[in-house]
Design a protein around this ligand. Structure first.
Ligand SMILES: [Zn+2]
Ligand SMILES: [Zn+2]
Length: 301
C-alpha cells in the first residue's frame, strides 16, 4: 500500500497547510479519502492521476473534509471523464452535491454513484477481488465514519523447482496456487506446502478522523498495520478535545496501543500550534511507532 497525505490540518486552509484529504493506493487502485478544500490542487502537486480515482470516501460532512468535493467532481467533467465515479459518505451527501450541480447547471460527463451511509455499526462498503473496505463508526459532533482498507490474501507462490522435480503438468499450476494438494500418477499425494511458498501477507490501513477518544473502534481495527488517527490537540488542550469531540496525540496513541497497531500516523493538527513535533513526542510516551503525517508526505507499507 502507498499512502499520500494531501492535507492533514484541522479547520481552514492556510498558505502552507491543507485540510484533510489523502490518497491510498492498493494493488493499482486509487482511493481518495476525504476531500477538503484544495484537494484537486494537492492532487496535481503530488502528480496523482485524476483518471485513476474511481472511489471517494468521505468521513463526515464538515467543511474541512468535504468542501473540495464539488470542485473535484466538476474538474473531472471538464477533463472529459467518462468512467463511473463512486462516492461513499453520510446520508445527505447526494443531496448536497446534486443541489450544487443543478444550481450551477454543470452536469457531469460521467455517471456518479452515491453510497449513502447511516449505520452505526461497521459495514462493508466496497469489495472486489483484491480489496475490502469497511466503515469504522466514530464519535464526533456529526455522523462520522472512518474507513478500514484491507487487502485480500494473494494466491500462493509457485515453487517452480519443486513442481518441475515432481514433473507436474503446467495445467495444475493454478490449482496449486489456489492451495490444493496434488496426487501424482503413482498415487502419491504431494502436500501443497511442498509446492508453494507463502504469499506476502495482506496489509491493512485504518483511517480514523474526526473523533473523540472512542474505544469502540478497537475491535474493528485490531492488529491493523497502519493506523491514521486524528490528533487535533496536545495534552494541554485535553479538555477542549473532549468538548469539541476531537482527540489528543496521547489518546490517538492509546488507541494504537490497545488495538495492537503496528504503526501510528498522526494528523488533523490544530493550526494553533507552532509546529507538529510535540505531537510525536507526546504520543511516543504511550506508543513507540509514531510517524507524523504532513501535507505532501507519502508512506509505503
Ligand atoms: Zn476535521
Ligand atoms: Zn469534523
Amino acid at each position: 500500500m502507498n499512502l499520500t497525505i494531501l492535507g492533514c490540518y484541522a479547520a481552514t486552509p492556510r498558505t502552507l497547510t491543507n485540510p484533510t484529504s489523502q490518497v491510498l493506493e492498493i494493488k493499482n487502485r486509487l482511493f481518495l479519502i476525504d476531500c477538503g478544500e484544495g484537494t484537486q490542487v494537492q492532487l496535481r502537486k503530488n502528480k496523482i492521476k485524476f483518471s485513476k480515482i474511481n472511489h471517494i470516501f468521505i468521513s463526515h460532512l464538515h467543511g474541512d473534509h468535504l468542501y473540495g468535493l464539488i470542485g473535484t467532481i466538476s474538474t473531472f467533467s471538464l477533463l472529459g471523464r467518462t468512467t463511473d465515479l463512486h462516492i461513499y459518505g453520510p446520508k445527505g451527501i447526494k443531496e448536497l452535491i446534486l443541489l450544487q450541480l443543478r444550481l450551477t447547471e454543470s452536469w457531469t460527463t460521467y455517471d456518479l454513484f452515491f453510497h449513502e451511509l447511516e449505520s452505526k455499526e461497521s459495514e462493508v462498503v466496497f469489495e472486489d477481488k483484491r480489496v475490502i473496505v469497511k466503515t469504522i463508526p466514530l464519535k464526533h459532533r456529526v455522523y462520522t465514519n472512518g474507513y478500514l482498507f484491507q487487502e485480500k490474501p494473494d494466491e500462493r507462490k509457485l515453487n517452480v523447482e519443486a513442481v518441475q522435480d515432481y514433473d507436474i503438468h503446467v495445467a495444475y499450476y493454478q490449482k496449486i496456487k489456489n492451495g490444493s494438494d496434488i496426487t501424482l500418477d503413482d498415487g502419491t499425494v504431494v502436500a501443497n506446502e511442498k509446492l508453494t511458498f507463502d504469499p506476502i501477507p495482506p496489509k491493512s490501513y485504518a483511517f480514523c478522523s474526526d473523533t473523540v477518544y472512542h474505544e469502540a473502534v478497537i475491535p474493528i481495527i485490531e492488529n491493523v498495520d497502519v493506523l491514521y488517527h486524528e490528533s487535533t490537540f496536545l495534552e494541554s488542550e485535553a479538555a477542549l478535545a473532549q468538548k469539541t469531540l476531537h482527540s489528543t496525540a496521547k489518546e490517538a496513541a492509546r488507541i494504537a496501543l490497545k488495538a495492537n497497531a503496528k504503526q501510528l500516523i498522526l494528523g488533523h493538527y490544530s493550526t494553533r500550534y507552532e509546529g507538529i513535533e510535540p505531537f510525536k513526542k507526546e504520543a511516543q510516551e504511550i506508543f513507540p511507532n509514531v510517524l507524523l503525517g504532513d501535507d505532501g508526505v507519502s508512506f509505503s507499507f
